[in-house]
Design a protein around this ligand. Structure first.
Ligand code: HEC
Ligand code: HEC
Length: 324
């Protein structure tokens, strides 16, 4: 954190100098300390937005309450880890993997990790002990995030309440390196930038990658996602109280969301913004999609996601949302 603050402070000092130089002498210079504090708050706020509403950190790494629509986090468990991702939930998972404790607790969480340690886990899937993380943790996606967004996320998770919670060891039937034959992830993220929001298709693609919509919505064949049928859905999730199949969100008009308007798309998420919209027991018609988390995305970001999803190849694949 201190490193980030220092870095941010340097960047800001330079930025604000340029700014004040550009608007010459008319403005009184603000006290630097408060400018920096405001800007650190902005970095943390961006990290908070991404961790809670886009990149799924606080969804996978908290205890989820599936007696409510879309399993919101149980208050007070944010970041404590322990959620199981197992073969029973999704048969493409070769065993069971538990979400780690990412709170700043020094013994059971990541309180003793440096920012670089966290960055390496987030973007290369290698943790402080040197173990390769199982790719349910979407580090292949996070490897494409802007460096500034990654630093924001790290700054934010440092602000979580430390929780002592020892997470069980994973049990995999195959070596983790065989889990998905993904590309090697050695790419440095130093020069990564986010596309401009003024380009909604590209910005939408950036968000879809960050939110990892693809993993749940792309069919798995023999444990690996079939990228030739991206976004065509059909993965069956079995939870203790309900079963649900991921939808075809490709723009096919009969089996996908090709006939959806932007309003209908945004509404799928925005209904969960209000307690009244989600805080009921939906019984068997529940969903594992973290709609409640995603609902905090701005309409603008949701619209960009919609715009991007219109541009992917339409694929015919009829999905039964609630299988018997
Ligand atoms: C789809 C669920 C999922 C999402 C989304 C996710 N994680 Fe993870 N994460 C996991 C799982 C599961 C593990 C444990 C993997 C293993 O043990 O092989 C993990 C491991 C980690 C680790 C390594 C901790 C350790 O002790 O080894 C860190 C750090 C981490 N996640 C942070 C994050 C952050 C920050 C985000 C958001 C940017 C995030 N995760 C998003 C599921 C997820
Ligand atoms: C954890 C898995 C998971 C993730 C991650 C996920 N989804 Fe879903 N999604 C599902 C499942 C399961 C359904 C079917 C149940 C429902 O409607 O919620 C679904 C349904 C949908 C639907 C409704 C389609 C219809 O025909 O009713 C849309 C739209 C959608 N997802 C878009 C997205 C987008 C965009 C993202 C990324 C921001 C995303 N999903 C991420 C699992 C997921």
């Amino acid at each position: 954190m201190r490193k980030i603050i220092a870095l941010v402070a340097i960047v800001l000092a330079i930025a604000s100098l340029t700014y004040f130089a550009a608007c010459n002498n008319n403005k009184k210079e603000e006290p630097k300390a408060s400018t920096n504090t405001d800007s650190i708050q902005k970095v943390i706020a961006r990290g908070d937005y991404l961790a809670n509403h886009v990149a799924g950190c606080m969804d996978c790494h908290s205890k989820r309450d599936f007696s409510k629509y879309s399993g919101p986090a149980v208050p007070g468990t944010e970041g404590q880890g322990g959620e199981a991702f197992s073969h029973d939930l999704l048969n493409a998972i070769p065993g069971v993997v538990y979400a780690s404790n990412i709170t700043p607790d020094p013994e059971t969480g990541i309180g003793s990790w440096s920012d670089d340690d966290i960055l390496k886990a987030l973007t290369q899937g290698i943790n402080k002990k040197g173990d390769t993380l199982f790719p349910i943790m979407p580090y292949a996606n996070f490897n494409h995030l802007a460096k500034s967004d990654l630093l924001g996320i790290i700054a934010y998770i440092r602000t979580l309440k430390p929780i002592k919670n020892k997470v069980p060891e994973r049990h995999l039937m195959i070596p983790v390196s065989l889990a998905y034959p993904g590309p090697a992830l050695q790419k440095s993220v130093d020069s990564n930038m986010a596309p401009p929001e003024s380009d909604p298709v590209k910005y939408g693609a950036y968000l879809v990658n960050a939110a990892d919509c693809g993993t749940c919505h792309t069919p798995f064949v023999k444990g690996a996602p079939d990228f030739s049928r991206m976004f065509s859905g059909g993965n069956k999730f079995t939870l203790p109280t309900f079963k649900v199949t991921s939808s075809n969100i490709s723009p096919d008009t009969t089996t996908g969301i090709g006939s959806w308007t932007a309003e209908r798309f945004i509404n799928k998420f925005s209904i969960a913004r209000d307690e009244k919209g989600y805080n009921y027991n939906p019984g068997k018609e529940n969903t594992i999609m973290p709609v409640r988390f995603y609902s905090g995305m701005t309409d603008n970001d949701l619209a960009a996601i919609y715009r991007y999803l219109r541009t992917v190849p339409p694929i015919k694949n009829k999905v039964e949302k609630y299988p018997k």
